[in-house]
Structure formats: structure tokens, C-alpha cells
Design a protein around this ligand. Structure first.
Ligand code: HEC
Length: 153
């Protein structure tokens, strides 16, 4: 009798341990608050960096502009990880539910924005329309994404 009881107890402990392990989400190190505030900070950073890119490129300071383009490209890649299922609301997020309903489309836009910044490093110097090239490969991507995936602000 006692041994049966012990076996059941061990089974029970094993079961609970397994359940606990399964239910820990991949990004458990970051709280929802850290995720939402973290992505807002990355977007704000990219905005100020984009304005610097515009300034440096317009002045013909291409080396500085290119370094910042690469930084923006990397930030977009990081942002791909900042929209887990549990970060749909709270902490004044402007992220729309459309993101999680169209995750592939959203991720593709983010990846395109990242890739376009690399394209920009290769084409900006030879461009005879700096402003137009920046509008097409940098600013257009902000608008394309915000119009569908960010709440009006
Ligand atoms: C693939 C989608 C996507 C792209 C590309 C994108 N954004 Fe955003 N952006 C968002 C989303 C979604 C939010 C809302 C995030 C939140 O509030 O949780 C946001 C928020 C912001 C914010 C507000 C941050 C805050 O503190 O609340 C700024 C500023 C911003 N974006 C600027 C830009 C600029 C400038 C570009 C282009 C250079 C850009 N974004 C490109 C999706 C995008």
C-alpha cells in the first residue's frame, strides 16, 4: 500500500514539474512592461536616428549616414522579437491587434524596412536625388507599417 502511495506521489510531482516547465514562455526573462517599453524606446531611437541620417546624407557626410543606417537596420531586426502574444495591451501601447492577426505581413514589413536600410547604404552616395531616395527607402516604410499596425496618435 505504502509503496503504491509513494509511486503516485512521485508521478504527481513529476507531472507538476513537467507542467511548470512547459508553461514558462520563451521570453520569460522580460516582463510585458519591459517588452512594450522596450519596443517604444527602439522606435523612438530609430526616429531620432532617421532624422540624423537625413541631416548627414543631405550634407554629403555619407560615412556617418551609413553607420546610422546599419544601426537602424539592426534595430528593426531586434524589433521582430518585441511583439510576443502577451504584449497586445497595457503600458500605453499603440500597437494594433492587426499585428497579431497578420503576423507574417507585419514581420515582412519589418524585415523589408531593415533590408531597405542596407540597400540605402549601397545607393545613397550615387543617388542624384538624396531626398527622394531617403523618402523611398527609409520614410515610406514607417508610413506603410503605421497606417495599418499603429493606432492614430
Ligand atoms: C513594421 C512596422 C513598423 C515600421 C517599419 C516602423 N514602425 Fe514605428 N511603430 C510601429 C508600431 C507597431 C508602433 C507602436 C508600438 C507600441 O506602442 O507598442 C510604433 C511606434 C512608433 C513610435 C512611438 C514610440 C513611442 O514612444 O510610443 C515612433 C516615434 C515611431 N514608431 C517611429 C517610426 C519611424 C520614424 C519609422 C521609420 C523610420 C518607423 N516607426 C517604422 C511599427 C512600425
Amino acid at each position: 500500500m505504502i509503496s503504491k502511495y509513494i509511486i503516485n506521489l512521485i508521478k504527481y510531482i513529476f507531472f507538476i514539474t513537467a507542467l511548470t516547465l512547459i508553461s514558462i514562455p520563451a521570453y520569460s526573462e522580460l516582463s510585458v512592461e519591459e517588452i512594450i517599453k522596450g519596443r517604444k524606446a527602439l522606435f523612438s531611437k530609430n526616429y531620432s536616428t532617421a532624422k540624423k541620417v537625413q541631416t548627414f546624407a543631405s550634407k554629403g557626410d555619407f560615412e556617418k549616414a551609413k553607420n546610422l543606417m546599419i544601426e537602424m537596420s539592426e534595430n528593426y531586426k531586434k524589433l521582430l522579437e518585441y511583439f510576443p502574444e502577451n504584449s497586445k495591451e497595457g503600458f500605453k501601447t499603440e500597437a494594433l491587434p492587426a499585428i497579431w492577426e497578420n503576423k507574417d505581413e507585419f514581420n515582412n514589413l519589418m524585415t523589408k524596412a531593415s533590408n531597405d536600410m542596407i540597400k540605402l547604404t549601397k545607393s545613397i552616395e550615387a543617388s542624384d536625388d538624396i531626398k527622394g531616395t531617403l523618402a523611398k527607402l527609409m520614410w515610406a516604410n514607417c508610413k506603410a507599417c503605421h497606417s495599418k499596425f499603429r493606432a492614430p496618435h
